[in-house]
Design a protein around this ligand. Sequence first.
Ligand code: MG
Length: 394
Amino acid sequence: MTLGDTSDDSRHQLASYAVTANHSLGRRYDEPPPAFRSQFQRDRDRIIHCSAFRRLEYKTQVFVNHEGDMFRTRLTHSLEVSQIARTVARALNLNEDLTEAISLAHDLGHTPFGHAGQKALNECMNNFGGFEHNLQSLRVVDRLEDRYPEFPGLNLLFETREGILKHCSPQRARTLGQIGERFRDGTQPSLEAQLANIADEIAYNHHDIDDGLRANLLNLEQLLEFSLFRELYELELQRQRDTDPKRMVQSVIREMLNHFAIDLIKSTTAKLHNIAPRNLDDIRMHTGPIVDFQASVREQHFALKRLLRHELYFHHQVVKNADRAGLVVTELFGAFFSDPSLLPPERVVPEMQDEQLKARHVADYVAGMTDRFAFAEYHRIYGRDPIRVTSVER
Ligand code: MG
């Protein structure tokens, strides 16, 4: 690689339908190309160095951060998504740097306390346009990160931003310009974006089983109800290579993850062979997503999601902790909205005369908090201990 080389990946040939910087729709603010790195490597690097990325370390995935140091956080979740997505991207000759950038950024807009926090903040913002974490992730990289004199946000390439905006209502999409177009005209995002989306689901399906077992909220009997897990577990028993029950379960989880990743590579390859796209436009114009499992494995994937929803996400202890955490978000929003002088001085800006802008400003502040900072702010404002959740660590 020479100085000024902006090729997307010097290690191997990308497929003709992979995203390349040469055909990118570009950055919102023009910049000279990077030296020694590809354009998408630069996006990935900007994401890793931004403050919202560091805060993922102290944000809930399923278990509130202080419940135990062994559970996944948004940061380790994002790293696992990136690992899975990069493996598949490389096997499919897609743009690995872009896939990695999207994977690492996909959860930047998450509130403290996971989905409970988002639900609470969305309710607080009911009269002010709502709150949605995908849109917030885009808002973080487009506007809220304040690190460069030349532009707001991180000035990422269109294709990175497109991948970050995973979902969006057609109504909201109308306000977003070009980046929202696909939610109105039904076109598809790049394969790299489709891949990061599925890798997110593969990652949480598997690490939530692991965390659920660790927390004693899931047990082996429940997992054996799931036919794929049972098959792989019985195979492991037959092999008689291990007698340690914990390690055996780890082997099964690992093989299950491998099963989904390999099927994703094989069935996407077969689908690409049938469709024979010539370029990225053919991917965008295809009637539906192309990165997908074969039908029987897709059913297993959904069955695993259902199992986790019933047994873990709706577990009374998880729900109880989530409800309490949601209350912290609601009360923080209410306090800052009714008395903006409670905000740090640099956060009190003239636009807050407008109720709509004030609400969005407060939502940005609350959404950006880590779990423990939200608890600390709660203590500062209400003068009492934040609502403590029960520890579930073994
Ligand atoms: Mg995620």
